[in-house]
Each structure stands twice: as structure tokens, then as C-alpha cells.
Ligand binder design. Structure first.
Ligand SMILES: [Zn+2]
Length: 285
């Protein structure tokens, strides 16, 4: 924690579209972490779940702090572990007005913590819930270094679930039906994703070796579909503490996005807040 003063670009308006503040690592001082984010200029903050317990904890955290938003869903790593009863809890939580998105869900062929068949079944139930609720899906998608099998599979699943066609326009109107969280992948994959109308969120991952395409991708994203995130407590950007990333460090990635786009940080900051409000609709709040 440093109150934001030492972080480059911390004077711009900021959002963090993805921070797991309900994780154990924040248990002792989450109030200080949320306070530090606000001091650093983070005006919007979304807390996604990864399984039923963490989804319910996300809603409880939003209730405690106000001004935060929650997402509920099942991560690909947890796909095999969450049974029908667990999924019923997600479906019930998804109706809560504090829940603005479904996720995180997606596909991960890098670490393989759940068999691919379970991941696909899990992705399909999360996508169907997003369509049924009109709340966008938050999608994790990672392949092994230099590979793109998860990205290609994800595009196929999105198309099969009618994401990007008239079915999603009925459910979401002009808003994106899904967000690619912590973008990773080649430029032509990003072009397809953007063609389907999705939003893209960038994290500290963009600074890692093998993720060089992100610098080109961030220039392609329309301003109303461009988001940034920390994925706290993971994926620390350069300068952020390695052992526990925190939302205030989203400033590093936001400044990178502005630099890549050749745009003023002030303009990018204002648009990030607008994009967040465009993508994540607060239902009846
Ligand atoms: Zn995450």
C-alpha cells in the first residue's frame, strides 16, 4: 500500500474490472485495500467469483463496501469440482441486483486443472446464464505459451451459443455480451472477438514475455469496449508487489494502454469509466 502517490499515472480516473478481493490474501486488511484503490482514483471495481463460495463472498463484499460490483460464476479450473447443487447456488446468486456479470468462466488449456470436457460443459452453462440474465460473461482464456487452442475453442463456443448475433442483441441490446478478461492471444483472435461485439480487458499480463501482441490489440479496441484490470491478487504489473497485487496498481496498465494508443491519460481515464458503465449495467441500483 502506498496510497497511490508513488504510482505513475495514478492521477487519472481509473477502473479495475477484475479484482478478487474476496480471496484469502485480502482477509486481514481488505478495508485498507479498498481505501487505497479509492485514493488512487479507482472509481469502479468489480469482484468476480470463481466458484459458489467465492461468488457468494463477492456479493457479501459488495454489500459491505458499497460502490463495488460483483460477478458470479465458475472458473475453468473449478469446472469439474462444481456439481449441480453448486451450480444452482450460482444461478440463484445471479439474480441479485449487486451482480452485474457472470464469471469468471472460460477455458484454460495451459494448466489443465479440470478436464477439457468439464471446462466446455461449464463454459456452456455460464454462457447460457449470461444470455438468460442479460449480464455479460467474463471470460478467462489461456493456452500454453505460443499456442492458441483455447482461444480458437472459445470462439467456436461463443458462435455456437449465438454470441454476437441477434440472440445476444435481444438479451444485451447495444452492450457487449461478454468481456475477454486479462487478454492473451494473437491479433487475429482479437479481431474476431471484437467482431462478435465483445469487450476486452487488459491486465499486468501484457508486460510478460510472449504477450507482445497485446500492444497491437489495445490499439484496435473501440473506446467503449476497452477495460483494464489487475486480476488481484495475481498478475502484478511491473512495480506492483509480486506476492499480492492490489487494485491501485491498475494505474500501470491504464497508462500503458494510453501510451500504446497515443492518447492523453486524462482522456483514456474518463473513457475507461464510461466503458465500465456501458459494459456492466447496474440493475435497479
Ligand atoms: Zn480472475
Amino acid at each position: 500500500m502506498n496510497g497511490g502517490s508513488a504510482i505513475p499515472g495514478a492521477s487519472m480516473r481509473l477502473i479495475d474490472s477484475h479484482a478478487h478481493l474476496q480471496a484469502d490474501r485480502f482477509g486481514a486488511d481488505v478495508d485498507l485495500v479498498v481505501g487505497g484503490a479509492r485514493l488512487a482514483g479507482v472509481e469502479r471495481l468489480l469482484v468476480p467469483g470463481w466458484d459458489p463460495d467465492s461468488s457468494s463472498d463477492a456479493v457479501a463484499l459488495v454489500e459491505r463496501f458499497g460502490g463495488l460490483d460483483a460477478a458470479v460464476g465458475v472458473h475453468p479450473h473449478e469446472a469439474a469440482a462444481v456439481d449441480a447443487a453448486g451450480w444452482d447456488r450460482i444461478v440463484t446468486l445471479a439474480e441479485d441486483p449487486r451482480v452485474v456479470a457472470i464469471g469468471e468462466t472460460g477455458l484454460d488449456t495451459d494448466r489443465g486443472f479440470s478436464p477439457l470436457a468439464d471446462q466446455l460443459a461449464n463454459l456452456r452453462r455460464n454462457l447460457a446464464l449470461a444470455l438468460a440474465t442479460g449480464k455479460p460473461a467474463i471470460l478467462h482464456c489461456r493456452s500454453k505459451a505460443g499456442k492458441r487452442d483455447a482461444q480458437d475453442l472459445l470462439v467456436g463456443e461463443l458462435r455456437a451459443a449465438s454470441f454476437g448475433d441477434s440472440a445476444t442483441r435481444d438479451a444485451f441490446g447495444e452492450r457487449p455480451p461478454a468481456v475477454i478478461h486479462s487478454f492473451s492471444g494473437p491479433v487475429d483472435y482479437a479481431e474476431v472477438i471484437l467482431g462478435l461485439g465483445l469487450a476486452i480487458s487488459f491486465s499486468g499480463l501484457v508486460f510478460r514475455a510472449g504477450e507482445e501482441a497485446s500492444a497491437e490489440v489495445v490499439r484496435l479496441v473501440p473506446p467503449d469496449r476497452l477495460l483494464v484490470e489487475t486480476d488481484s491478487p495475481f498478475l502484478s504489473a511491473p512495480g506492483a508487489p509480486k506476492k499480492r497485487n492490489e487494485p491501485e496498481w491498475v494505474a500501470v496498465t491504464a497508462r500503458w494502454a494510453a501510451e500504446q494508443r497515443g492518447e492523453e491519460m486524462e482522456l483514456v481515464g474518463a473513457r475507461l469509466v464510461e466503458a465500465y458503465d456501458h459494459v456492466f449495467e447496474r440493475h435497479g441500483r
